[in-house]
Design a protein around this ligand. Structure first.
Ligand code: PMP
Length: 393
């Protein structure tokens, strides 16, 4: 055989079909998808401009509106993970020089201060202790102290600390002060009551790999008419071509626009998001919200029996989909997730940002929000806590 003239030989690694261990993903995401969702990803690939794919995009959009409880025409799935939706939301609605109040009570608010500043915003951080949330009065005071604010950002489900931000009244308050309300719902869409229109939320993004239970890659985004009017009134071009809603919108048929190629849509990811949303519609949004809350309540009860404490003290501020558990004194936090993974192929995570080293984070999202997962986790956790010496045999 003639020897190859290529500069680089193929790497000497196995070319056998990939082998992937089946793990139970109960960290803060991704969550284990339902087999029906995974199977949808293996459906034949369509072209991104094929009419059959447009139908699938239309259905996805319709179900996203249902999930968000909105009639917003500007509703679509952004190509990319939650961060992509976050950046697309900012790129379109923040103009250089805009004053933006960013609620910071964990890593996601912190990250938003960075992203908004990169797009030229004058960022005003509004802070509260990690593990706590903002009251209506906190937001009102921040708006009154900072006249001329264009946007207020809060995180509905702060996955780094485990808090659930109450949204009631905030949209109306922002509107009375001439500002838009911008909300991260990555850990709440499909798992926690969320009513975009009724609560007057303007700029809302999410992720596919959390409560919806699809793989990461196609991230929901919806903009109110007030938010799209701000986009239309921009004096400067959206700084990102890829994320410019004026360019991407027609590809998704936003506002009845003629379909136009913008970028190659993530076809298989959209199939999977479509399937996850179809399953959510079959179950019903309210039933899904109730299921997540019931599973969280069962988890809290089981954790208490194990002698563990929750990081979020106020029960009303606890995020049912991601629970933060205090690492007891004398326990090395990393030993427990390592034991659970080794023995049970079960993932939980440590803290992130302000909670690093202090908590374990357990996700109960989507397909994992069911009794068998909670009971397995509690049994496995008891085993792990005995292994590390916190519980006696
Ligand atoms: N916001 C929140 C609340 C999140 O939990 C995450 C993901 N952990 C993100 C945003 C970013 O999403 P992604 O990792 O999919 O880019």
């Amino acid at each position: 055989m003639e020897s190859s003239k290529l500069k680089y030989a193929p790497p000497s690694i196995s070319t056998s079909p990939i082998e992937v261990p089946a793990k139970i993903l109960m960290g803060p995401g991704p969550s284990t998808p339902h087999p029906r969702v995974l199977q949808a990803g293996a459906a034949p690939l369509l072209g991104h401009m094929h009419p059959e794919f447009f139908r699938i995009m239309d259905d996805t959009q319709a179900w996203l509106r249902y999930g968000f409880q909105t009639s917003n025409t500007a509703t679509l799935a952004v190509s990319g993970t939650g961060h992509a939706a976050m950046e697309m939301a900012v790129a379109n609605t923040v103009e250089p020089g805009d004053q933006v109040i960013v609620g910071v009570n964990g890593i996601w608010g912190e990250r938003m201060t960075d992203i908004a500043a990169r797009f030229g915003a004058k960022v005003i951080p509004m802070e509260t202790k990690p593990g706590t949330v903002f009251s209506y009065e906190d937001v009102k005071a921040a708006l009154e102290k900072n006249p001329g604010t264009k946007i207020v950002f809060v995180v509905h489900g702060e996955s780094s600390t485990g808090t659930l931000q109450p949204l009631a009244g905030l949209g109306k308050l922002c509107h009375e002060q001439g500002a838009l309300l911008f909300v991260d719902t990555v850990c709440t869409l499909g798992g926690v009551p969320l009513n975009v229109d009724a609560d007057e939320l303007d700029i809302v993004y999410s992720g596919s790999q959390k409560c919806l239970g699809a793989p990461p890659g196609a991230s929901p985004l919806t903009l109110s008419d007030k938010a799209t009017a701000k986009l239309a009134a921009r004096k400067t071009k959206v700084q990102s071509y890829y994320f410019d809603l004026n360019e991407v919108g027609p590809y998704w048929g936003v506002g009845g626009a003629a379909r136009k190629y913008h970028h190659t849509g993530m076809v298989s990811n959209v199939y999977q998001l479509r399937e996850a949303l179809a399953m959510l519609a079959e179950e019903g949004l309210e039933a899904a919200w109730a299921r997540h809350q019931q599973m969280a309540d069962r988890l809290y009860e089981g954790l208490k029996q194990l002698g563990l404490e929750l990081f979020v003290e106020d029960p009303a501020a606890r995020l049912p989909t991601v629970t933060t558990i205090k690492v007891p004194k004398g326990v090395n936090w990393a030993d427990v997730p390592a034991f659970l993974m080794k023995k049970y192929k079960l993932e939980i995570a440590g803290g992130l940002g302000p909670t690093a080293g202090q908590v374990w984070r357990v996700g109960i999202m989507g397909f994992n929000a069911q009794p068998r997962n909670i009971e397995l986790l509690l049994v496995a956790l008891k085993d792990a806590l005995t292994h590390v010496g916190f519980l006696k045999d």
